[in-house]
Write a protein of this length. Sequence first.
Length: 363
Amino acid sequence: MQMGPSDAIDFSLVKRALVVKLRHHGDVLLTTPVFSALKSHVPNIEIDALVYADTHAMLDGNPAISQIFVIDRGWKYRAPLARASQEWRLLRLLRQRGYDLLIHLSEHPRGAWLSRFLGCACSVAPDYGQRSKFWRQSFTHRFSLPKNAHRHMVEWNLDALRRIGIQPGGEEKRLILVAGTKGETEAANLLAEHGIESGSFIHLHPASRWSFKCWPEARNAALIDALVLRGERVVLTAAPDAQELGFVSRILSLCNAKPVNLAGKLSLKGLAALTAKAKLFIGVDSAPMHMACAMGTPVVALFGPSGEREWGPWSSTMRVMASESHPCRPCGIDGCGGGKISDCLVSLPEGRVLQAISELLGR
């Protein structure tokens, strides 16, 4: 018989919970097993989420979530009275919900203030030992942080539930992302415009907001050419961001082949639907890589300074490509010496990536 913590909470008293994750798109998507596991173990509970507005799409449509509340990152640039008005309106809405449980999944200081203001009977957050007494005393439960970089962020998030008496398992640990009708239509229309059938193409998303995580343009171009020579259709995507679009443009200028370029043309929901229709996804450590895992698409992920044990593809059908000649990785530095270029990615050869693709495609 498995024993939980001696101070596990009584979930018969928990009617409504708020899960807070104020981070980036991929971080928010990696919290979805928390919602699934909590709903599975406490079926009658209502679970709300609080995230940044730009990450709303990562949770929208999730069947385990009742309501999603958002904070606009732009609030901090508003005049003090305007910002205070927005913040107070949000706090009143949250307080009206009457939460019994708060699950805070980051180091953001807002979690401590929320725990106190909302008056939740139970609250759980990471145990940052260096944090102030105010932080430590703001939560009824704190979960331990890993002492190395070997624990995946999905498990790290689920540790919040383990700390209060829930042991997640099986399908509860799956990532959940709902493309929705609009996203499905968006992707289907773009593929139809280019005469591409579902399951007939490889999806390459080479860019990231962090340039030091990106494989060089020339290697991406060489990979595209090699895949097209094999008879593959390659669909290229990127966010509608000037830096990412410029990166894709430079890749295309080095290609002999003509991949289908959908860079900047898809919403997040459309991107999810597109990658679900691909037979394989290739990308770096970024939100689209995690999205591909959530949609059940086989993944080849290229890793450099960031650690695949923490941030790698949460999927059983995947390959992680990382340099074997750089024992210094994962270093977590924004390029060697902070120079935005990572030698461990620059030196990663196309041949190894092609081999991984062949393995996943059964060739």
